[in-house]
Ligand binder design. Structure first.
Ligand SMILES: *Cc1c(COP(=O)(O)O)cnc(C)c1O
Length: 415
């Protein structure tokens, strides 16, 4: 293979059809950001949107804004902005609560739809919160469920699905390896066996096209603060296929999920649409930041985003092979770009101090146990040139042993 040069990468940047979107974000100078899969950067319009909400809507119109500024419908309005990114229909997605809480709700809904079956399948490598929620749900259900956590390096989920399986609950993209699960294949197989599926899309929304409705996915959840750039701790979203919405129930039956909250009825009567998944009052300032994040995606082709994500990742891996071959970074993500989401993970015995050293140089990725350097790839604002510069920093850190300093060994609470 021919040697890659900085010039080649600058050429790729010039031909990049998405290059203009970088302008939509506030990115600090001298920072190369590989952590958009943990916390996306702030869109330039967010500050104005929040200012307007605080000064005009909250400040001047006060409580009128629930009607006048349509605050009350933001969970659905924003859900409908996310829907095209998922291949979902209007009315199938709602922005509400957190991803973990949404998982609790839809997992319960799915189990109630399949109440004669007691087996729940997931993977031992799934995101810990997802497994904790599963465990917690089972505990308050008197441990009536058999939770099977698959440990299978071949990712051969189908062979564990059988006629006793109630629900298959998986992450679409694995948070550590970045491996993509075959949503269509697994969903089809589960449905053939009479099982329902719950997908966690936290790492796939905003970086790859999806086709939830056509595939027939039953339930899904995901984050808005990662690739959707909705702000730290922004509310999550959930999806329910439209033909299930009317018949499902969810366990957190709060007043705003009522069909007519302002009737203040003594009896709970759920809304007959996706609103039934709302529990309490939405946090409007947080929603407004999500709105600005989602507006950036208007008119963007997710196919193009995915194409750039793959190209950036291929260049990243190629440059590590070319420039850092001697330093024993072992690719932990799939080598095949079709199986890899928008992140690249490497194993290295000194992963933690190496990442701290990179961060001190403004190259921000993150660390995951036990020895993983994780680099999120964000096609909307990442340049090919950034990848070059990041790898050059890494090479210098390794050549000079700069990482081998007590400063970089101290573990932060958030890694
Ligand atoms: C980030 C992430 C979450 C986060 O859940 P919160 O409730 O927002 O803290 C959940 N699941 C997966 C797979 C994630 O990657």
């Amino acid at each position: 293979m021919k040697t890659l040069k900085l010039e080649d990468l600058k050429n790729l940047d010039q031909q990049d059809p998405l290059s203009e979107y970088r302008e939509a974000f506030n990115l600090p100078k001298n920072t190369i950001y590989f952590d958009g899969n943990s916390l996306g950067p702030v869109p330039k319009t967010t500050l104005n949107n929040l200012n307007n909400t605080i000064n005009e809507e909250w400040g001047s119109d006060l409580i009128n804004s629930w009607n006048k500024a349509d605050w009350i419908n933001l969970p659905q309005t924003l859900g409908n902005k996310i829907a095209p990114l998922l291949g979902a229909k209007a009315g199938e997605v709602i922005v509400v609560d957190s991803t973990s809480i949404n998982l609790f709700k839809v997992l319960t809904s799915a189990l109630r739809l399949n109440e004669n079956r007691k087996k729940i399948l997931s993977e031992s490598t799934n995101f810990p919160s997802d497994l904790y929620i599963l465990e917690g749900l089972n505990r308050i259900s008197n441990n009536q469920y058999e939770c099977v956590l698959i440990e299978d390096d071949d990712n051969n989920i189908e062979k564990y699905i059988d006629s006793s399986t109630a629900v298959v609950m998986l992450s679409h993209i694995d948070y550590k390896t970045g491996r993509i699960s075959d949503m269509k294949k697994i969903t089809d197989y589960a449905h053939n066996k009479g099982a329902l599926v719950v997908w966690d899309l936290s790492h796939s929304v905003g970086v790859m096209p999806m086709d939830l409705h056509n595939i027939g996915v039953d339930f899904a959840v995901g984050c808005t603060y990662k690739h959707l750039n909705g702000g730290p701790g922004a509310p999550g979203f959930l999806y329910v296929r439209n033909d299930l919405i009317e018949k499902v129930t969810q366990p957190l039956s709060g007043w705003l999920g009522h069909s007519n909250p302002f009737a203040f009825d003594r009896e709970y009567k759920p809304a007959n649409n996706i609103n039934k998944f709302i529990c309490g009052t939405p946090s409007i300032l947080a929603y407004k930041a999500v709105e600005s994040g989602l507006n950036v995606f208007e008119g963007i082709s997710m196919e193009q985003v995915r194409e750039k994500s793959i190209q950036l990742s291929e260049v990243f891996i190629e440059l590590i092979n070319q420039e850092c071959d001697e330093f024993e970074f072992k690719l932990f993500s799939p080598n095949d770009s079709n199986l890899r989401g928008s992140q690249i993970s490497y194993m290295h015995e000194n992963a933690y101090p190496i990442m701290q050293s990179l961060i001190s140089r403004g190259v921000i990725g993150d660390y995951r146990e036990p020895n993983i350097l994780r680099f999120g790839i964000s096609p909307l604002y990442m340049r090919y040139e950034d990848v070059w510069n990041a790898i050059m920093h890494l090479k210098k850190i390794m050549q000079s042993n700069e990482w081998d300093s007590s400063n970089f060994m101290v573990r932060n609470y958030v890694t």
